[in-house]
Write a new protein. Structure first.
Length: 161
């Protein structure tokens, strides 16, 4: 099941500086399965192609058959292209699988960043109350000290010395 967010929430995250991957990891996994399945289909076709070539070679003879065999199994032949296509499809399937895992990992990173942000906000809210109380207490203490010092100065001045 893909981790998807509504468009408005993705936009809000982008405005806040968090880049939520828009890719769907389930779609990438489906592509990986489809491309990897092509390898099996191509392998079956490759086997049938080889069987056909062997049938031709075993039931016929002569320079035409030899030329046909060398052409069909040569470096640029359809047989090799079919084999390369199967390997390529398998590689594409593996890459899609890796991309799906990367997308899922990036979504996890964004979720972790949001959790850290939530913890920081919670800590700020919690400490703001303590910080405000501490600041109030410090102001009161300073006010009382200043009032005390002013009172001392006034009494010294009034007593004359």
């Amino acid at each position: 099941m893909a981790l998807e967010l509504p468009g408005w929430l993705r936009e809000a995250l982008n405005f806040l500086g968090y880049e939520w991957p828009a890719s769907n990891e389930d779609t990438l996994n489906a592509w990986a399965t489809a491309y990897s399945g092509v390898q099996g289909t191509v392998s079956g076709a490759h086997g049938q192609f080889n069987n056909g070539l062997q049938h031709i070679a075993s039931n016929n003879s002569g320079p035409g058959v030899e030329a046909f065999q060398s052409y069909m199994t040569g470096g640029d032949a359809a047989l090799h292209s079919l084999e390369k296509f199967g390997h390529g499809a398998d590689v594409v399937g593996q890459v899609c699988q890796v991309c799906a895992q990367l997308v899922l990992g990036l979504k996890g990173v964004v979720i972790a960043q949001l959790a850290i942000l939530a913890a920081a906000i919670a800590a700020a809210v919690a400490s703001a109350g303590i910080g405000t109380a501490a600041a109030f207490a410090a102001r009161e203490a300073a006010k009382r000290i200043i009032d005390g010092v002013i009172g001392e100065i006034v009494s010294i001045v009034l007593m004359g010395g």
